[in-house]
Structure formats: structure tokens, C-alpha cells
Write a protein that binds this ligand. Sequence first.
Ligand code: LLP
Length: 414
Amino acid sequence: MPYVRKEGVLCADDTPLSDIAAQVGTPCYVYSWTDVATRYQELERALSLVNARIRYAVKANSNLAILKRMVDLGAGFDIVSGGELERVIRAGADPAEVVFSGVGKTQQEISFALKSGIGCMNIESVAETRRIAEIAERLALRAPVAIRVNPDISVDTHPYIATGMRENKFGMPENDAFELAVEIDRHMPSLQFVGLACHIGSQLTDLRPYADSLDAVLELRSRLIEVGVECAVVDIGGGFGIRYHDEEPFSFDELGELVSSRSLQDVALEVEPGRSLIGSAGVLLTRVEYLKPATVSGYRDFCIVDAAMNDFIRPALYEAFHDIEKVESSDGESRDWNIVGPICETGDYLATARPLSLQEGDLLAVRDAGAYGFVMSSNYNSRLRPAEVIADGGSWTVARRRESMSDLLDLEQD
Ligand code: LLP
């Protein structure tokens, strides 16, 4: 277990989180590399029978130090922008091991990706296909493409992060994908059709929709092979859920059993996990600024901390639950605190009604904040974005320093 208590103090690997906070200040993200590496190796092992390629979804956490360590583990990458491509190249990734997803790739992004030797463009529309074909022709190269299918499968997750239903903007219906694949194969020489992709949503805890989408994609693949279109790659996306509260997500082993139960002999299987590799590895450290207990019945007990929705938006945006613990345990009377930030919005909260015994100055750890934490932060209220730290065994390093006021103001002109 990467996060354990030693003498009452919560530690990341072997480092007390209180030491990190004392030196780096708060708010601050800490990632346990031991946890990430363990999860990665578990997934690799679970998928070893089908020899799947892991394409880490950079959007979950794109810190350069994390990406560099992912390269060292042997990961490929799933990216969604030119910026993410710049990052993975800086981290030492081979662009041939990178897939480019997303519904709105710009001319510049496509051209940059093709010139870099991207492994695959995951196409989401006919219009995008034409654009990629034109750019590839102009560059006199052949662009490897896969088509993202929208299998119209409903999933049990927050509606903002369900992506494989007919009302969502992503992918194409199976029949459209079939026709487009045939068209690419027969009539678009600047494109090389390599396979099919699918990503039906994020934070999915039930395996059933994966079985359904994999079967839908494999059936489409058979139809393509029947008409002579080769289809080597099947990318089942990411979205594997983690336990934030009382969820019971499927395990990597269960995912491995599912894919192993399908006949995938000639298939190059790919997965695009983000959250399931790095979510549980991260905490957000924040300090209690003020306690504002209710004095009149019906009013609430508020604990105001130094992290806010600009630092960590998941609770405000998705009503997401994140466990919050005191870094240094102590006894005392507990109350159901609403843990809120200093931003002038009622939506600025980290948690509601948490039974904790708190005092001013206490250090808190917001758990499972490694994915979609720092990457979704902003400078709202002219707040400086927090530092990021990687703990690894007994040592730790600052992977991103806290922003300074000049980082913000230097971009502006008065
Ligand atoms: N592949 C594609 C094409 C995706 O769109 C995503 C996530 C992933 C892979 C990785 O999904 P994961 O394994 O991390 O669930 N901000 C939200 C999550 C947005 C996910 C968007 N797409 C949150 O905080 O829950």
C-alpha cells in the first residue's frame, strides 16, 4: 500500500505527507510512483495473454515527470491535442506508439502529428477523414487511421463522461464506420486503414458494457474482413473505474478474462487507461484556514481550507466524492464539516458533511486525486496553481513548482 499511516502520520510511500507540506506548502498534489507502477504492472499482467498495448491517456495527468516514468515502464500514449503530443515527445515517447483521439483536431495538430510519425489517428467523422487525407497527400505520406465507433451503449456514470451513446458527439455508428472504412481502403490512397477504436465512457465500474462494445467492434471487424478490408487494430479505449467511495469496480484481472474469452488471435488489442493507473496514486494536500461552526440551528458547519475548485474541480463539476483524511491523526469531538474553499461560489466545495475532528492549521489529504486533478486546475480568482510532487520509495521531488504571480501577469498587457 503506497499510502499508509506510520505513527499516526499519513505517508506517501515512506515519506510523511506533513514533511512535504512543510517544505512545499499547500495546496499541493502528491503522487506515489510506487502506486502507479504497481497498477501499470497489474494491468500489463492481466492483459498479457492477449498481448495488449497500453496507451496511457495523457489527459488524466500530463505532468512531464509522470510521462517520462510512463515511457520508462514501456507505455504508449493516447493524446487529444497537439499540446499533449508536444509533452509526450518531450518525455521521450516514440510517436509511433501514440494514438491521437478527439472530435476536433485542427489542421495544425494533424499536420504536426503526421510529420512526427504518429502511430494512429483515431478518426471521429467523415469531415475529419477528408481533412486528414488532404493533409497527408500534401505532406506526401500515408496516414495510419482507425475509425472510432459509437456503439450506442449506455453506461452507468456521470452524464458528462459517458461517450458511447447515440446522443454523444463521439465516434460513428457501425454502418457509417463500415462504409467509411471501405471507402478509405479502396479510394483514399493517402490513408492507411489500420483498425477500429471505441471509448464508451469514464469511471465505469461494470464490465458488461465493455463486453458489448468489444463484441460490436469485433462484429464490424468481421464484416470488414469479409469484404477484404484488413483490420489489425482493435482499441477498446479506457474508462476503467476506481473506488472513490463505495463503488465496486471490476478488476484488471476480470478485464483480462473478458478480452481473453474473445478470439483475438490476429488482433492487435489496445487499451487507453488514464484514471485507473494514476487516480488512487494522488492526494491533494490542503490546510485548514478557518473553522466556522454553526451557531444557529439549520446553519451548517464549515471548514474553510486553502484549496479550492480552481485547484480541484471534480466535486464541483461532477458532484464527485473524494475521501478526506487528516494527515496527522488526533482525537477530539467530531462534527459533520462541509469542507469548502475560499472562492466566491457556493459550488466551491471539496466535500459535504464529513465527520472529522478538526482544528485550524490541520493538514488534510483529499484522496484519489491523481487523475483529472491538477490537469483540470485553473487560475480562477487569480489563484496560483499548486505544486506537484512525486514520491518514490523514501524520496520525493518537486515535479512542478507552485506558480508565481509573475507566471500569471507576464502574459498580460496593461
Ligand atoms: N480514451 C479516450 C478517447 C478518452 O476520451 C478518455 C477519457 C480516456 C481514454 C481515458 O479515460 P479514463 O481511463 O481516464 O477514465 N474529467 C473527468 C474524466 C474525463 C474523461 C474523458 N475521457 C473526471 O474527472 O472524471
